[in-house]
Design a protein around this ligand. Sequence first.
Ligand SMILES: Cc1cc2nc3c(=O)[nH]c(=O)nc-3n(C[C@H](O)[C@H](O)[C@H](O)COP(=O)(O)OP(=O)(O)OC[C@H]3O[C@@H](n4cnc5c(N)ncnc54)[C@H](O)[C@@H]3O)c2cc1C
Length: 490
Amino acid sequence: MGMEIPDPVSVESVDSFSDEVDVLVIGAGMAGVSAALEARESGAKVLVIDAGGRLTCTSAMAGGHFYLGGGTEVQRATGWDDSAEAMADYLALMSPECDPAKIRAYAEDSVEHFRWLESLGFEFNREFYPDKAVVQPGTEGLSFTGNEKCLDVAAVAKVAPRGHKVPVPGDTGGAALVVGLALDELGSRGVEVRWETGATALIVDGADVAGVTWKNLDGGTGAIRAGSVIIAAGGFVLNRDMLEAYAPDLLAVESNGMALGNTHDDGLGIRMGQSVGGVADHLDKVFVTGPFYPPGEALRGIVVNELGKRFVNEDSYHSRTSAHVFEQPGRVAYLILDSGTMVEPAYRFQPLIDGWDTIEEMEQGLGIPAGALAESMAAYNEAAARGEDPEFHKAPEYLVPLDRGPWGAYDLTPGKCFYAGFSCGGLRVTVDGELLREDGSVVRGAFAAGACASNLAIDGKGYASGIQLGEASYFGRRAGRRATSATQRG
Ligand SMILES: Cc1cc2nc3c(=O)[nH]c(=O)nc-3n(C[C@H](O)[C@H](O)[C@H](O)COP(=O)(O)OP(=O)(O)OC[C@H]3O[C@@H](n4cnc5c(N)ncnc54)[C@H](O)[C@@H]3O)c2cc1C
């Protein structure tokens, strides 16, 4: 698989082209199909190639949350007041490294984008799911999918649920509905999607990108000439060499966990962008998660490190808690519950270590310095009895003193606890998906969107479920429009 950056191919060295199009899209996941639809809508002759098959993309595995807000029809029908400003405030608070222009555009256009998604031929159910869940089990169209309700966040950004789930029950596969509808729409508009055909390198005309070379599963090879190329080829969670070099946190998932991606998440899209002078950002940032909720009652426990100290409000979004676990000494962490609060996490990712009659025994059993956990618990219990959490501001609904032994601990340490994850970093692009060089100039003819670009999903701490599909489709569309206009300008 490797890390090598494929040499760009000079246009003069190409004898013949299998196709000549205005816009060539690499990858038929959420980003690619959205880019292709919008490019076609803008009048471009479009071709999509995909190394895999129909719906083998990571998007088709996704649960189906789209992070949308600002007053969508689902929010309004379920009684939630939201605004683009509140949404932008939230995104900026959670991902301060994110380009404010991208946040503003995404929030301001969110209602229009919601309608565009529904125009593909489905409706988000106008129902709200109130409980704490990773993905709501049913088909309710709206739930909280980030940290909006956490008191430390709500103090700064106005609270509203923005996780819009497609009407497909269950945790996985829901977004296949949306990608499938988009593929059908591409077909009805005469756009070919050529499966099992992988881009191998970019073709350049001087410093400009002018097409791609390809190889298909039958061993056939060729070249496509294109006015613009949109790279929408996914992330790199399946490329071990890239993980070692950039994102070793994802290797911690290997010993007991799962890479959230398809076999073509090998980072080739990112490397092709780099081959023509593009730069990549945040390659070291990851999304990892080992959720211990549902049930929401599990959030009544406290999470401590090997020093017996709390380090996060336990009612955080699951990837925020997990990101904090990964920052602890030795990445060791435990969820501690007493006999009044003990529940089993629904996904059963965390082993239950043991039960102890006293906190002193629990300290010994967990290898925590004597007295340290007792001190943390005494402070927590005393404030929880008053319905407060001065240290981390956990919401009152989860605050109960953990003073009824015996006590038990679930092990959240990676390797012991099952974690799943994917890469967050990608190519640096403008708000319209144009590929950027280090000096801020645009690589003409090259665009990127989705998991191979760096837009809103910066890391697991700021992540909200639905951000990836949301940004893939939204910024994919913008790239499709700009790629078309760039081609038409010549
Ligand atoms: C189980 C699971 C659940 C998830 N749930 C959610 C969720 O609910 N909400 C959310 O926002 N995110 C979710 N995610 C993350 C989200 O699915 C991805 O971040 C997103 O789908 C990425 O979309 P994409 O279009 O960039 O990439 P993909 O959907 O992976 O599409 C990329 C396509 O490019 C093709 N390709 C790769 N290399 C080449 C090449 N060289 N030439 C041609 N084609 C190539 C691949 O075959 C693939 O079809 C989930 C992920 C998983 C695994």
